[in-house]
Structure formats: C-alpha cells, structure tokens
Design a protein around this ligand. Structure first.
Ligand code: F6R
Length: 256
C-alpha cells in the first residue's frame, strides 16, 4: 500500500513539481512517508517546490508538543526531505479562540490562492471519519473547529500521558474542502478498517460515514491491503478493475 501510494505521488510530483498536496497524519501514511524519503535520498525526488496543506491539527496544542500533528509531519516527513518551510501549511493549534473562525477562513483562502488542492491523501477512521470530520459532519463543511467524539478522544488517549491531556477539539479541513481536491487518494490497511472501507465504498452516501462522501467525487484512488478490503461485497470486481486499469490505463503506475 505504502509503495503504491508513494509511487503514485512521486510520478505526480515529477509531472508537476509545484503540486499542491493535502496530507494526513496517523499510522496509515507512515510507510508512504518513509518511501517518499527514500525516493528523495536515493532517487533524487525533489520536494523543493511542492506545496502542502495538512488536513488537521489538534486544538489546543503547541506545535512543539510531541503528539502535535505539526511535530509528526516534521519528524516523519518534512524534516527528512528538501521541502521549503514557507510551502508548508498546517492548521495552528495555538490560534486564540476568538480568532478561530477567521483563521479557518484564511486556511481556505490560502488553499484557493495556491490554485486549489491537486491531490489529497486520506486515511480512514474506524467510524469512517476522514480528516477530523467525525460522523454527522456536514457534507458541505469547510475548514473549521470540530469537537471530537468520545471514541476518538479515548482512541487518542493511548498517545497522551492521561485522558485529561487529550485535546477535545481539532481544526480540520471540511468534507467539501476535501472534495474540492482534483484527485483524492484514500489509504486503508488492516482488518480494523474493513467495515469502514466497505461502508465508504459500497454503502449509501451519508454524513454518518464521512468517507462515503468520496462517492460524490470524480477521481478517487483507493489503495487498500487485503485485510482492509475483506468486507467489500464486490471485492472480486474491484480486483478485476485494478487489474484492467494497471494493464490498459496506468501501466506500471502503482507497482514496479
Ligand atoms: C489524521 C487524519 C485521520 C486519520 C484516521 C486514521 O490526519 O486525517 O482521519 O487518517 O484517523 O488514522 P490511522 O491512520 O492512525 O488509523
């Protein structure tokens, strides 16, 4: 999954060096970031003109906090490639509360000023969330402050010293911000994502499963491992589609 995702991105970066990317954090993309770092160090892939907008950040949180998404991105990816600091945009977890609405509007404006998102990479939550758009999020939502669900807060508890330290909010791109991206690539691995992925791809479009909104988009690439794909009713057909695309439409694109 990680190799295929990195290969897809590397090709797109070579095609458009100043590409605008929407990027996620979490466990899922770690392998993809590792592959991209290798492509930079060993294959000379340059990120010097690539522009980044991260999907989300906890609120409130300092960018220096070890669990902040800012820190995650610099530790796992940006700090290991030739990305230009001024091209990196990560929602701030330190905006004064009274300025949040204006700040979120300015995040949207900055995306627009860069010409919009070219490719946005997503992971998927067990409840079908994308970014921090929890179930029930409006399909027309833009970047905003989102209150996390109890499940997300307790899931995130693992990473903080105590549950009381886990931020209860996040600033996240909205579903409509994500859908404005020209291409979306969703990554899923492991059996605990199988049910969410099946609902997202084969279930009805509903705000209860935010990832199901991707059905409304015209160019979504889903890269899933066998376990994550296991609950798909039409798995056989999806595999056939993959085989035919890699043979006739994107030869050599995702796999070596
Ligand atoms: C994080 C994000 C989230 C994660 C999702 C899956 O920036 O956007 O939607 O992608 O929670 O997380 P992992 O990959 O840790 O299972």
């Amino acid at each position: 999954m990680s190799e295929a995702a990195a290969r897809f991105l590397a090709e797109e970066i070579k095609r458009k060096p100043d590409i605008v990317l929407g990027l996620p954090t979490g466990a899922t993309p770690l392998g993809m970031y590792r592959e991209l770092v290798t492509a930079h160090r060993e294959g000379g892939l340059s990120f010097s003109s690539v522009r980044i907008f991260n999907l989300d950040e906890y609120y409130p949180i300092s960018p220096r906090h070890p669990q902040s998404y800012n820190r995650y991105m610099w530790d796992n990816f940006f700090g290991r490639v030739d990305i230009a600091k001024e091209n990196v945009h990560i929602p701030s977890g330190e905006v004064p509360a009274r300025d949040i609405i204006k700040y979120c509007e300015s995040y949207e404006k900055d995306i627009f000023a860069c010409g919009g998102l070219d490719i946005t990479i997503l992971g998927i939550g067990r409840d079908g969330h994308i970014g921090f758009n929890e179930p029930g999020s409006s399909l027309s939502s833009k970047t905003r402050l989102k209150t996390l669900t109890q499940e997300t807060i307790s899931d995130n508890g693992r990473c903080f010293a105590s549950l009381s330290e886990v931020p209860k909010f996040a600033i996240t791109m909205g579903i409509s911000t994500i859908l404005s991206s020209r291409v979306i690539m969703l990554l899923a691995s492991g059996r605990n994502k199988a049910e969410a992925l099946a609902k997202a791809i084969e279930g009805p479009v509903t705000c209860e499963v935010p990832a199901s909104s991707l059905q409304l988009h015209k160019e979504v690439v889903i890269i899933a491992d066998e376990e994550a794909a296991n609950a798909l009713k039409r798995k056989k057909y999806h595999k056939f589609v993959e085989k035919m695309w890699l043979k006739d439409v994107w030869p050599g694109m995702l796999y070596k």
